[in-house]
Ligand binder design. Structure first.
Ligand SMILES: Nc1ncnc2c1ncn2[C@@H]1O[C@H](COP(=O)(O)OP(=O)(O)OP(=O)(O)O)[C@@H](O)[C@H]1O
Ligand SMILES: [Mg+2]
Length: 236
């Protein structure tokens, strides 16, 4: 069953239209990638979904129309957005960041279970549990941003450039944890990633954006086999 559906989405910043026609679908429990050059509109697509940018077109989550909803209303429906640049709260400790991820929840026991799960998924955070967000390395901040999103118990995770600026080994570790999360939780994922080699370790299908339009959608295997995809995104 389709969980998230975008059909012909447009979006603008002021008078500048940056999305012209974006269409994609994420099945329940599926993982879908968005590939595209700098400025293609990947981040804006995620913002349109999470309600931080206005859009036109069809935007449905679990059968509900998302357009016109505020970001907090979208989040309440079960969509967690891990933005480009992580967005962890630097004045709060790791533990406080995790608690904030669960601020809408009342199930205290389950919240503690989920904190323990996040610390098992990202053991480095366990060692930093009392550290302020600002004291964390880039990789630890990315892990915390993902963990905070998990704490909301979302049905769909929007991940923007989780590997950006990380050492290759750290980026691989982050993706290994995301793959594990996917297997264990069944959370659906929509993943923007410049590093297509890494993205293809996680996603089943991907959509390619060019200047605000979806131009191609295919399975990871199909896309990896295409010369133009290999040249543009896979380093040969
Ligand atoms: N806040 C903004 N105000 C005006 N224009 C913006 C704003 N944010 C992005 N843009 C422009 O919108 C277009 C799409 O940007 P977007 O950030 O969605 O691209 P992207 O595919 O995520 O790129 P990147 O790979 O660099 O992250 C670009 O031309 C960008 O310059
Ligand atoms: Mg971006």
């Amino acid at each position: 069953m389709t969980l998230l559906e975008l059909v012909d989405i447009t979006a603008s910043y002021g008078r500048i239209q940056v999305l012209e026609s974006v269409s994609l679908a994420v099945p329940e429990g599926g993982a879908v990638g968005i590939l595209g050059a700098n400025g293609a509109g990947k981040t804006t697509t995620l913002r349109a979904i999470s309600g931080t940018v206005r859009s036109t077109g069809t935007l449905r989550f679990d059968g509900k129309d998302l357009r016109g909803l505020r970001p907090d209303q979208v989040a309440s429906l079960g969509i967690a957005h891990v933005p480009e640049g992580r967005g962890t709260l630097s004045d709060l400790t790791v533990r406080e960041n995790l608690r904030i991820g669960a601020y809408k929840r009342k199930d205290r026991k389950a919240i503690q279970t989920d904190v323990d799960y996040c610390l098992d998924l990202f053991p480095q955070l366990q060692d930093r549990i009392r550290s302020n967000g600002s004291a964390l390395s880039g990789g630890e901040q990315q892990m915390l941003a993902i963990a905070r999103a998990i704490m909301a118990r979302p049905r769909l995770l929007l991940l923007d450039e989780a590997s950006l600026g990380l050492a290759p080994s750290t980026a691989r570790a982050v993706y290994a944890a995301i793959r594990r999360l996917r297997t264990e939780s069944g959370i659906a994922m929509l993943v923007v990633e410049q590093n297509a080699n890494l993205a293809f370790t996680l996603v089943d299908t991907a959509t390619v954006l060019e200047t605000g339009r979806s131009v191609l959608t295919g399975s990871a295997a199909e896309l990896k086999g295409m010369d133009e995809i290999r040249r543009a995104y896979l380093g040969g």
